[in-house]
Design a protein around this ligand. Structure first.
Ligand code: C2E
Ligand code: MG
Ligand code: MG
Ligand code: MG
Length: 292
């Protein structure tokens, strides 16, 4: 059975298909159009230095404003895009848009040191990630060290030879690399010292209960100590409370990101935010506490 639906796409379904499978197929078809129709955008979330209180980076996070479903979470559409291969185009679009945007902020004198873009292992296995990054840098004219790529442990472990080579090639281009959601994946610590990454992002799940759960606090402390001993910068995600920020600072964590500072914002709102809070966002008093 094939029928033309609302958005002019031919969709195939068979009587045997579950509602869930049909729903997925329909979302996938919409996602194919979403890129061309400008329904995807990037929101930006600040990353703040725990000592100076300055915004040192912005993470670009994809958003999908669907015409009838409303805002679809990246937690739903990124895995879908990875499964159907669309992540290659979507990933290139994200790199290109983020690089263009930091160029705009650089020209306006508002840009923090760098912009971080999430990249998927599928961009490596089914696309040409290196070429995509090279193009985005060339087209925007930004300096390569203004771009940071957030990879996950699965990116590293999927095909080790290939990902080690890709990471070395990316580093040779001059971009910076961080490992996202660190500690939640499945990777060997032995690889960490061979990988040419610059930064570890402590996963939100460890940060969340850190001040109440001593197990999580121990994990956060261990990640910071491990990272620092390997010469890596540490950034904590999901910081929502001033107490968490103070605690992270006491542990010598370098940078924080989370709702405490700001939710991810559309580019225009982030421009206002950068204007309002530059150059110093979080005043830190002599006792080392945040006066938010
Ligand atoms: P992530 O890269 O680990 O991003 C952090 C997630 O935590 C984001 O969710 C962000 O909005 C959320 N977050 C930030 N601060 C807080 C906080 O204080 N509290 C809480 N509860 N959450 C916070 P988001 O935007 O829904 O993105 C989810 C995931 O989707 C990202 O996780 C990333 O893995 C993926 N993603 C988003 N955009 C892209 C993209 O352009 N490409 C790829 N490959 N993946 C993307
Ligand atoms: Mg990320
Ligand atoms: Mg993360
Ligand atoms: Mg994540």
């Amino acid at each position: 059975e094939a029928k033309v639906q609302g958005r002019g796409i031919l969709r195939f379904s068979s009587p045997g298909m579950t509602t869930r499978a049909k729903e997925r197929l329909s979302l996938e078809a919409d996602l194919r159009l979403a890129l061309d129709q400008g329904e995807l955008s990037l929101h930006y979330q600040p990353q703040v230095d725990l000592i100076s209180g300055q915004i040192v980076g912005l993470e670009a996070l994809a958003r999908w404003q669907h015409p009838t479903r409303g805002m679809v979470s990246p937690a739903a559409f990124i895995p879908l895009a990875e499964e159907c291969g669309l992540i290659v185009n979507l990933g290139h679009w994200a790199l290109q848009s983020a690089c263009r945007q930091i160029r705009v902020w650089t020209d306006a004198g508002l840009a923090p040191r760098q912009i971080a873009v999430n990249v998927s292992a599928v961009q490596l296995s089914r696309g040409d990630l290196l070429e995509s990054v090279r193009l985005a840098l060339k087209e925007s004219g930004i300096s390569p060290d203004q771009l940071e790529l957030e990879i996950t442990e699965s990116f590293v472990m999927a095909d080790r030879d290939r990902s080690f080579k890709a990471i070395a090639d990316l580093k040779a281009l001059g971009v910076r690399l961080s490992i996202d959601d660190f500690g939640t994946g499945y990777s060997s610590l032995a690889y960490l010292q061979q990988l040419e990454v610059d930064k570890l992002k402590v996963d939100i799940s460890f940060v969340r209960d850190m001040t109440r759960n001593s197990g999580n606090a121990s994990i956060v402390k261990a990640v910071i100590a491990l990272g620092h001993s390997l010469g890596l910068e540490i950034i904590a995600e999901g910081v929502e409370e001033a107490g968490q920020a103070r605690y992270l600072r006491s542990l010598s964590c370098d940078v924080m990101q989370g709702y405490l500072i700001s939710k991810p914002l559309p580019a225009e709102e982030m421009t206002c935010f950068l204007h309002a809070f530059a150059p110093q966002l979080v005043p830190v008093d002599n006792a080392g506490s945040f006066t938010l």
